[in-house]
Design a protein around this ligand. Structure first.
Ligand code: NAD
Length: 420
């Protein structure tokens, strides 16, 4: 038992130190009316703040602000983007309540419009235009909505761009994840599914990559994601957090909604940083003259790099399985890939067949920083989440994506034509 110091004056139980108590013992005390004036000033200031808030902050609570038994309300950050929009579609299809937060810096309001037209019923989907880099806005969103879980997709996500603008990447990925976590902590939202990447592993010596493979990222994108993971893991370890965390490390994502409702539509100015599937489609559409394959002398069967491609339908399935299995006080880290590497040459051949276009291909020397082979060991996610890639077939995934690309050769259209 701790010793008690009886000689020291103890505060009386049930009473806290207050202004009046201090006033009483302070010979140079201020007159009482001063504290009254202060109180009146404070109340007036509070009224002014409340009255100057935009009307939407004073409206009566919406269905999104109430925890409803049997309904899981998921905040999807970056839900106007490629993967986030596909995840939102799947969640809505599975009867989740969805709030999308996106600043549309890279995503498309057109994707939101598609989702809204598919799920127009009240209480299914809401879109909030906001920047996760604004802690006040994020805190207000959490204060006004009763979220049960967060799927945090929002990020800038191009390796090449990250080497040109590293600070933007640390700010957007690492800094914003901290903002989201702080809001989750402040508003007791306990489940987080985090979008991470195989880029956090860097250049592992041994293939396949397991979740135990040491993480030594080699570019700001991978480093920013690894730092975000570390922050999440440290927070989840603190007793107070009692979080359910699932970190999913995606490999190379391809494909689009098999019903052709959504697709991948990056901004044209991001083309130069783009991914191989985007480049193949651009070449097939004639937007660019052809494909530049960099490196044909790697130690692989055909000399080109090998990557693990995963269809977005399988990827979002992994998210839903992770959400359903998430448990308070536990962390799950999973590679999401097929476990099978495919070479760039194989990819290009599949793309030619999928598009029916004899894409022109030029071969160049290796690009610095590219590594020969990257593919996952998905054993853990197979075993623990009962997940396997069911929809990933290089040619078929590309065919589905191509069908959408052909119909939407300027993406979802210009943003100004899509105002909600
Ligand atoms: N596409 C891939 O192959 C791949 C691979 C591994 C990991 N990932 C991860 O998956 C996630 C989604 O990637 P994607 O390919 O769908 O990218 P995307 O660019 O299509 O979508 C990202 C979305 O986040 C939004 N966003 C960005 N910064 C924001 C901010 N500050 N506030 C609010 N919204 C913001 C963008 O407007 C966009 O809608 C990212 O975290 C990315 O790192 C993607």
């Amino acid at each position: 038992m701790l010793p008690t110091n009886r000689s020291r004056p103890q505060p009386r139980p049930g009473r806290s130190w207050s202004f009046s108590e201090m006033d009483f013992s302070d010979p140079k005390r201020k007159p009482r009316y001063l504290s009254k004036i202060l109180m009146v000033a404070l109340l007036t200031a509070m009224c002014v703040v409340m009255l100057t808030q935009p009307p939407c902050h004073r409206r009566s609570p919406s269905v999104f602000s109430i925890h409803e038994p049997g309904v899981t309300h998921v905040l999807v950050t970056g839900g106007a983007g490629y993967i986030g929009s596909h995840a939102a579609l799947r969640l809505l299809k599975d009867s989740f309540r969805v709030t999308i937060v996106d600043n549309l810096s890279r995503g498309n309001i057109g994707a939101i419009k598609v989702l809204q037209s598919l799920f127009p019923e009240p209480g299914r989907l809401q879109f909030i235009y906001a920047d996760l880099g604004d802690p006040k806005a994020v805190n207000r969103i959490f204060a006004e909505n009763a979220f049960d879980a967060v799927m945090h997709f929002a990020a800038v996500a191009y390796v090449g761009e990250s080497t040109l603008e590293p600070l933007r990447y640390y700010h957007n990925i690492t800094g914003n994840t901290l903002v989201v976590l702080e809001a989750m902590a402040a508003h007791s939202v306990k489940t987080l599914i985090y979008s991470s990447t195989c880029a956090t592993y860097g250049e592992p010596e041994k293939m396949p990559i397991t979740e135990e493979t040491p993480q030594f990222p080699i570019n700001p994108y991978g480093k920013a994601k690894k730092m975000a993971e570390d922050i999440i893991l440290d927070f989840s370890k603190s007793k107070k957090s009692d979080m359910a965390v699932m970190i999913l490390r995606y490999f190379n994502v391809i494909g689009s909604d098999p019903k052709g409702r959504l697709g991948e539509a990056p901004r044209p100015e991001l083309r130069e940083h783009g991914r191989i599937s985007g480049a193949c489609f651009d070449a097939a559409l004639g937007v660019i003259p052809g494909l530049k394959v960099k490196g044909t002398d790697y130690e692989t069967a055909d000399g080109t790099c090998i990557r693990d491609y995963i269809d977005v339908t399988d990827l979002v399935d992994a998210h839903v399985k992770a959400l359903n299995k998430a448990e308070r006080g536990k962390v799950g880290i999973y590679n999401v890939g097929t476990g099978k590497g495919r070479s760039v040459k194989e990819f290009v051949e599949a793309c030619k067949k999928a598009t029916g276009v004899d894409i022109k291909v030029d071969y160049y020397p290796r690009r610095p920083g590219d590594y020969a082979e990257v593919y996952s060991d998905p054993a853990r996610i197979n075993r623990e989440l009962n997940w396997t890639a069911q929809h990933t077939d290089l040619q078929e995934s590309l065919r589905v994506a191509w069908t959408w690309q052909k119909k939407h050769n300027s993406g979802y259209g210009p943003p100004q034509a899509m105002i909600l």
